[in-house]
Design a protein around this ligand. Structure first.
Ligand code: NAP
Length: 550
């Protein structure tokens, strides 16, 4: 559709002035870059509003030492462009942050997409005008923009959360969340560093900081189950082979629940003798990436006994890697089984604790009481440090939406509607909020992120075309369709032990008000990528059932 035809479509609606844009995409990360490419190809008057100074989203912000993919690089990249697939060379099986950021810039520059992006453009509020079927966006810089459609690409883990510890503001050293790790390299030599938290982020940071800092003190409230990443370089020959296999690779990603090449073992946990189970686990533990999680027996994620047996296996592997047996026990979770929370992948994490300059403080035994001007005070002692890294997680999924004051039909606020957790249709739309599509919103399929994002963009774009072709100026998910999808999302949590997780998967974050353990917020669709994509196809094939157009 050309700019001209967009204008004609809109003119047929009446004498209202044209909105500034037909489509505004919020966010220039993995999702926003691909979405604007599709819109530019269609000739639509569209722009991307990005709050940060440059594109890249997660990969622009998270510059902490050790930041890299836990997904194989070649399954994380975009699949939409043969040219990009031919031209880009991943240098490592699991790309480090600087390379990933270069990749996203390469894609944006290749298709000349920067001209369609506005940086330092934070959207503070947006409201839907029922009379004109348009959104008005209020930007931090004071501007108002109008648009027919808003597509959010604002990230799922893009709002960092800090703990609430007395004295934080009076600490005299440096302190930050890894999301705000300074762009200039931080010289850690001779420094005493504290890391609070042991999630996936901290588990990447700790081994790197341990190598450089004079002293590293890790404050762990609850250990996480982590497993080796087993990264390796990618040679020219290997990359040539990957290029030959790209179709096969993306086909496999489309077939597996997690959007990876790793497919679950469906032989049945109890059908396979224990000796063979151990052989499989040895192979997976020493193999790359999420194999240990996603190529495992499905029963491990549903059956407490199977999960306990596998968790014992991983606990033994941890014991083999940590010299001090008492310390090893502290690093082994006892309140949840392996794979129930998102598994952090690590490179030398457990070995870091064998170093003389690394200390683990069990913050469940000796809680942090306050931050002093010179460091951290626990119930047992004071630790003087120069730098505190608060690796304390994110306001997952809904945080990025809550930050914007989004007002839909009848003055309803999205924040209020989602106060107890998100409710969506297909993870893409919300009843009461017309002309709003979420490309990386709550209740999208829990998969390798770009695979879910490409699915979302490839579905959202034809939906917009459908509206343009038919001269509609408004679409909205119906209340019934939204409720049915929500019930299905809830059902898809039921079979899995992850429903008991104390993590962002169930929407739990101890640093956020209203987040209580056991009060689940259904952030993800756990039915798997293929089932999710099939449902989207079905909706489109059935004339966009569940969506009212006008
Ligand atoms: P996280 O998994 O939520 O971990 C936060 C950590 O901080 C937990 O250990 C938590 O302890 C601790 N914590 C929070 N508040 C605390 C407090 N007040 N006092 C003491 N400890 C506190 O966050 P994350 O590590 O940033 O990871 C979030 C997600 O980002 C990951 O699950 C993953 O999906 C994504 N990620 C991806 C990659 C990658 O792909 N390579 C890398 C990093 C992160 P409790 O467990 O006791 O609450």
């Amino acid at each position: 559709m050309t700019d001209q035809s967009v204008l004609e479509t809109n003119r047929s609606g009446g004498p209202e002035p044209e909105p500034d844009y037909e489509v505004v995409v919020i966010g220039a990360g993995v999702a926003g870059i691909y979405q604007i490419k599709r819109l530019v190809d269609l000739g639509v008057k569209a722009t991307v509003l990005e709050g940060h100074e440059d594109l890249g989203g997660t990969w622009y912000k998270n510059r902490y030492p050790g930041a890299r993919f836990d997904s194989e690089s070649f399954t994380y990249g975009y699949s939409f462009s043969q040219e990009v697939l031919e031209e880009w060379h991943w240098t490592e099986q699991f790309s480090p942050q600087p390379e990933t950021l270069r990749y996203l810039n390469f894609v944006a520059d290749k298709f000349d997409l920067r001209q369609h992006m506005q940086f330092n453009c934070l959207v503070d509020a947006m409201s839907f005008d029922e009379r004109t079927d348009t959104w008005t966006l209020r930007l931090r810089d004071g501007r108002d923009l109008t648009t027919r459609y808003v597509l959010t690409a604002i990230g799922v883990l893009s709002i960092p959360t800090m703990p609430h510890i007395e004295g934080m503001d009076r600490f005299e050293g440096e302190s930050f969340h890894p999301f705000h790790w300074p762009q200039e390299p931080v010289d850690l030599s001779g420094k005493r560093v504290a890391v609070i938290g042991t999630g996936a982020t901290a588990i990447q940071i700790i081994p790197e900081v341990a190598k450089e800092a004079e002293q590293l003190i890790v404050f762990q409230r609850r250990p996480n189950w982590a497993a080796p990443l087993n990264n390796a370089p990618i040679s020219e020959e290997e990359m040539a082979d990957i290029r030959r296999r790209y179709d096969e690779i993306f086909d496999a990603c489309a077939r597996t629940p997690g959007g990876f090449e790793h497919a679950p073992d469906r032989r049945g946990f109890y059908n396979v003798p224990r000796e063979e189970r151990l052989e499989l686990w040895d192979r997976l533990y020493d193999g790359p990436g999420f194999g240990i999680w996603l190529q495992n027996f499905v029963e491990i994620f549903m059956d407490p006994d199977a999960n306990a047996e596998f968790s014992d296996y991983i606990a033994d592997r941890i014991r083999q890697r940590v010299d001090d047996p008492e310390l090893a026990e502290k690093l082994i979770p006892t309140d949840h089984g392996f794979g129930i929370q998102r598994v952090p992948l690590e490179t030398g994490y457990y070995e870091a604790y064998n170093r003389d300059n690394v200390e683990l403080v069990d913050a469940s035994e000796t809680p942090i009481e306050r931050i002093t001007p010179s460091g951290i005070r626990t119930s047992r002692q004071d630790y003087d440090v120069d730098l505190i890294v608060y690796a304390t997680g994110f306001d997952a999924f809904t945080g990025a939406f809550d930050r914007i004051d989004i007002e839909g039909l009848g003055g309803q606020k999205l924040r209020a509607k989602w106060a107890d957790g998100p409710v969506t249709y297909l993870g893409l739309m919300v009843h009461g909020f017309p002309n709003l599509l979420m490309l990386a919103g709550p209740q999208i399929a829990a998969t390798n992120f770009p695979r879910a994002v490409e699915t979302a963009v490839d579905w959202a774009t034809p939906l917009l075309e459908h509206a343009w072709e038919h001269g509609y100026t408004r679409f909205e998910a119906t209340a019934e369709a939204e409720l049915a999808w929500f019930d299905h999302v809830v059902d898809m949590y039921k079979p899995f032990l992850l429903r008991t997780a104390k993590s962002w998967i169930t929407g739990y974050n101890s640093n956020l008000e209203g987040h209580e353990y056991g009060k689940t917020r259904y952030n993800l669709y756990n039915g798997g990528g293929p089932k999710y994509a099939a449902r989207l196809d079905e909706v489109a094939d059935n004339d966009y059932e569940g969506i009212a157009f006008s």
